[in-house]
Design a protein around this ligand. Structure first.
Ligand code: 5GP
Length: 178
């Protein structure tokens, strides 16, 4: 059978909530009194981002923008192709930018996005990623704010999907092939 199913919980929702609050406080300390453009990467980062935004104290002057990049589609294997499906609405020139991503795997997506963003001359760029599969890395990516390091498993839930499904699950689960 080539069916996929969601297995047990890898990261339960209370641990996600606790860690997201910690990261929000950390971002609050680092950017207090400053303007920050938060760039959410659609669609996977949306659930994480919406919790993270509300965990960042009001001392940070936040504006929000989004980018959409091509994803894995119906396969769990990376194609190494990054395509911008939706670009930013605003300019990031001379601004502090925080890219918020759901998961870093090979690192290809984020290293491409950082290069692209650098060409737009922001004042600074930092990366925030909820999950990191360090052992899968092909290119170096400096993750400034990281939620959790996870093993080399395909995960869904808390915004992450398999073939468009399971984004709405409140916890992070491993997907298994039956
Ligand atoms: P990278 O370019 O670092 O290899 O891959 C990053 C993107 O691949 C993520 O933004 C995400 O869309 C997808 N991805 C990588 N690993 C997983 C995973 O375990 N589960 C899900 N749902 N997506 C993943």
């Amino acid at each position: 059978m080539n069916e996929y199913r969601v297995s047990g919980v890898l990261i339960p929702e209370d641990r996600l909530a606790e860690r997201v609050r910690e990261i929000g406080r950390e971002i609050g300390r680092d950017y207090a009194g400053r303007e920050l453009v938060v760039v959410g990467i659609l669609k996977g980062a949306v659930v994480f981002l919406s919790d993270l935004l509300r965990a960042i104290p009001e001392t940070v002057d936040i504006s929000l923008d989004f980018m959409a990049v091509s994803s894995y589609g119906a396969s769990t294997k990376t194609r190494g192709i990054v395509k911008i499906v939706k670009d930013l609405d605003g300019s990031v020139e001379d601004k502090d930018v925080l890219i918020v991503e759901d998961i870093v795997d090979t690192g290809l997506t984020l290293s491409y996005l950082v290069k692209l963003m650098q060409e737009r001359r922001p004042r600074s760029i930092r990366i925030c990623a909820l999950l990191d599969k360090e052992e899968r890395r092909k290119v170096r990516v400096d993750v400034d704010y990281k939620g959790f390091s996870i093993p080399d498993e395909f995960v869904v839930g808390y915004g992450l999907d398999y073939n468009g499904k399971w984004r709405h699950l409140p916890s992070v689960h491993i997907v298994e092939q039956e």
